[in-house]
Each structure stands twice: as C-alpha cells, then as structure tokens.
Write a protein that binds this ligand. Structure first.
Ligand SMILES: NC(=O)c1ccc[n+]([C@@H]2O[C@H](COP(=O)([O-])OP(=O)(O)OC[C@H]3O[C@@H](n4cnc5c(N)ncnc54)[C@H](OP(=O)(O)O)[C@@H]3O)[C@@H](O)[C@H]2O)c1
Length: 254
C-alpha cells in the first residue's frame, strides 16, 4: 500500500520564504496547509503555487498574534481530522529599531509559541517543529545578563514568557539589542525548552536561519535568493536532531 502523504502547516505561507517552503514541500508530495492571516492573500498564493506544483495545497486562515484566530484554525483542522507531521513557524515581521515593540514580540516570539501550543494535540508523535530565526537573534547581540538568562539550561517556558512580557512592558529597552533581535533570541531559547518538553513524544524542535534573503522583508540588496533561504529553513522539517539552531544544515552557535 502506498504511504500516505505527510501534512505540514506553514505560518505566513502566502509570500516570501514561507511560500517557497510551501512550494518545495508540495513538489515533494506533502499535503501543504498554507497559513495566511488574510484569506484572499492565501488563496492567491495557492493559485500561484498550483501553476508550478501538483501537490495538494489548502489555505488556513491564521493570524499568529491572535488567540481567537489560532483557536478557530485548530478547530477547523480538528473538524477535518487533520494530523500534522510538521509545523513551520515562519510568519514574522521586522520592526526596525524599537518601532512597535508589542507587535514585534507578539509576532516573532509569542506567535510561534501560541501556534505550537494550539496545534500540539494535532501533531503526530515524531513530528517536527521548525522555528524560523535570524542572525539578528544571535545571543552575542544581547548584553551579558540576558545572554546568561537565555542560555541558562534551567530556563523554563514560564520564566521565559514572563521575561518577554516584562521586556514588552519595559518598551523593549535594556537587553542590548532591538526587539526583533530579542524576540528571535528568545525564540531560539524557546526552541531548546520545547525540545526538552516534547522529547517524550519524539517531536523534534529546531530553529533554522534563512540568512539575509531577497524578500519584502530582506529587500533587494540581500545576498541570498528565496530558494536559498527556504532550503535553509526546510532542513528543520526533516531534521533528526532537536533543540538546536541551524543555517544551511549546519548547527550554529547561538
Ligand atoms: N528575509 C530575510 O532576510 C530574513 C532574515 C532572517 C530571518 N527571516 C525570517 O524569515 C521569516 C520569513 O520572512 P520573509 O523574508 O519571507 O518575510 P516577508 O516576505 O515579509 O513575509 C512575511 C510573512 O509573514 C506573514 N505574517 C506577518 N505577520 C503575521 C501574522 N501576525 N500572522 C500570520 N502571518 C503573518 C506575512 O503575511 P502578510 O502577507 O499578511 O503580511 C508574510 O506571509 C520571518 O520569520 C523572518 O523573521 C527573514
């Protein structure tokens, strides 16, 4: 009997790196759930992708900053008896400088946490979770105290969440780098924490860094193509390791 297709949910799959990750996995015969906070944008992306791949693609309306949106999306997946083999937490925004601290941290840190906790009951044992990170989230960019905080092997999810709430309440000051960098550094710490929490279910959790990529976010001067960025992210979908940060399939120190 033929093996049934695997299913992946990609947040922010309607453009940029997320759309390319969707294209590659659909080409590899995965069933691809394209997360998009705007249904129409998601439908356009799926229509574009169907021109170049015969894989099965479906839009899931999903705003990673909204509890209600995540709950509704999860309920729809439940109603469709969908089980996930992979989750790619790709949706992100780059708020340059301090900008809107709340939205930057909500999208890049709390978003992946919210979606992960929401879909946890739908994830198969042995599934993978890939958190898309950034070079700007390197620990070295933070001041010493916060490097130590995030690198502490005893750090719990609850403590991390509290510290990120405090960071937002403090208007994004005092960590030595901007909110985007802090959110991605915290996401890498979350990756490690979740990897430990989910090890009993053999769910592997990794961060993957696309590098600086020519998307709407990265701009035209970025050195890497969308294909290169997506390939780096895709490593997490089939990674055998857990709890680490990778770029181009190589573990990087964060
Ligand atoms: N490009 C780079 O150089 C670079 C470098 C390092 C890391 N990254 C990371 O790579 C990931 C993808 O970036 P990209 O370059 O492809 O960015 P992009 O082209 O700006 O696309 C961002 C995607 O995230 C979605 N998104 C934003 N906020 C969302 C929310 N609240 N709920 C759901 N979706 C949301 C966007 O949806 P809308 O279309 O609705 O806005 C869009 O689909 C991000 O996590 C980013 O931080 C990028």
């Amino acid at each position: 009997m033929a093996e049934s297709a695997k299913t992946v949910l990609i947040t922010g799959g309607n453009r940029g790196i997320g759309q390319e990750v969707a294209r590659v996995l659909a080409t590899e015969k995965w069933d691809v759930l394209v997360g998009s906070r705007d249904r129409a944008k998601g439908e356009s992306a799926v229509a574009r992708l169907r021109k170049t791949t015969s894989g099965r693609l479906k839009v899931v309306e999903l705003d990673v900053t909204s509890d209600a949106s995540v709950a509704t999306a999860v309920q729809k997946l439940r109603d469709g008896a969908i089980k996930l083999d992979a989750l790619v937490n790709n949706a992100g925004i780059y708020g340059e400088g301090r900008g809107d601290v709340g939205t930057t941290v909500e999208t890049n840190f709390f978003g992946p946490l919210r979606v992960t906790l929401g879909v946890l009951p739908l994830l198969r044992d042995g599934a993978t979770i890939t958190n898309v990170t950034s070079d700007l989230g390197a620990l070295a960019n933070l001041d010493r105290a916060h490097q130590q905080l995030l690198a502490d092997p005893g750090l719990t999810r609850e403590a991390l969440v509290t510290r990120m709430r405090d960071f937002v309440a403090g208007d994004g000051k005092g960590w030595g780098t901007d909110p985007y960098g802090v959110a991605k550094a915290a996401l890498n710490a979350l990756t490690r924490v979740l990897a430990t929490e989910l090890a009993a279910r053999h769910i592997r959790v990794n961060s993957t860094c696309p590098g600086w990529v020519r998307t709407d976010m990265g701009g035209r001067n970025a050195p890497r193509s969308i294909e290169q960025g997506a390939a780096s992210v895709l490593f997490g979908v089939t990674a055998t390791q857990t709890g680490a940060v990778f770029r181009d399939g190589k573990r990087i120190a964060f």
